[in-house]
Design a protein around this ligand. Sequence first.
Ligand code: PMP
Length: 419
Amino acid sequence: TKLSDTALFARRESEARSYCRGFDTVFTSARGSEITDAKGRTYIDFLAGCSSLNYGHNDTDMKLALIEHLSADGIAHGLDLHTDTKKAFIQAFETHILKPRGMDHKMMFTGPTGANAVEAAMKIARKSTGRTEVVAFTNGFHGVTQGALSATGNGYHRGGAGTSLNGVTRLPFDGYMGEDVDTADLLEAMLNDASSGLDAPAAIMFETVQGEGGLNAARPEWITRVAKLAKEHGALLIIDDVQAGCGRTGGFFSFDGMDVMPDIVTMAKSISGFGLPMGLVLVRPDEDVMGPAEHNGTFRGNTHAFVTARVAIEKFWADDAFLGDITRRAKIVEEGLEAIASMVDGAYLKGRGMMRGVDVGTGELAGEICAKAFENGLIVETSGSDDEVIKILAPLTTPDETLRRGLDILIAAAAEVTG
Ligand code: PMP
């Protein structure tokens, strides 16, 4: 068969496959914010590994560092042994990320997915507090392993293979009850009432911007209030920065600039910088309660990921220059999305920073616009409980001109579908 033929995938790959159904072609190479298929067609990539390619495809510096490491027979896999590459990453992260923020958190390398980092975070909170209940929120997404899935609030946990575990309760997220109700009031009432069963939780866990749940962005006031409530009630505050972290919402952490310091931060996706698997939990030293082998895993600490992750931190986070680029590009994205919102009655913008989207009301319309955009050379996905939000996750390094070109394709697609 021809390389560009996709029939083999439909015939032999599990029905669990998803993104590849909408973007049904065989991809062969990628660079920066563009990805090319076997027919020689190049697409602008606004999906970018669902925020795992914040620095684009095949960043030259990361690639060269990796090639050098491979050429020198550097350690390819070392369980969690001390290695020179892990040391260099820890040093870079400490210098450029933790110290400037006054964070004394320890770094726990978990199994190489976001879900595994979330599992670790939930287990740490339970062990540290001696409590079991974890409070999560409507439309949150934390991963598909059983514990993380239980905290996931968009229905994946019901039916199918997902069984909600005892000890996880999902409360309304900020904005869920409309503008007139502050859902932190409800949380506070539940925490103060033993009859709720939520009066002594081990942890309160949320994403500051819900990536899969429709780009619902919690207000900083809500975030700081929930953080305060967690502290008052002896619960650990877990911020899941798997998707919103690594610059996606502006700062390195999605809570940068807010008056909040999580006890635990979960990271994965873009932390390796290169699309290599890596899971990381940041935990306050006094809550670093997991003993040896209590949360182990063969692929804790992917050595190749440490190489590229170190380069990513040193290249993008050693000074503030990148923050300016992100802010400028976020404005370009916002303008493009406003053009689309103006075409659809009731449409409105969602998200924060470079994690933005437009709610066009229905999954059907959003899907049609994305499908049309793909025909015209753009990869872009939807999010939300009904997939009603067109979601832009362009690499943060996307040149302004490429960003505008991609947005123009999306705007033209929206005009064609709605017009
Ligand atoms: N948390 C958040 C906020 C996520 O967006 C995701 C993935 N979409 C996960 C956890 C799970 O990460 P992974 O797919 O690597 O298990």
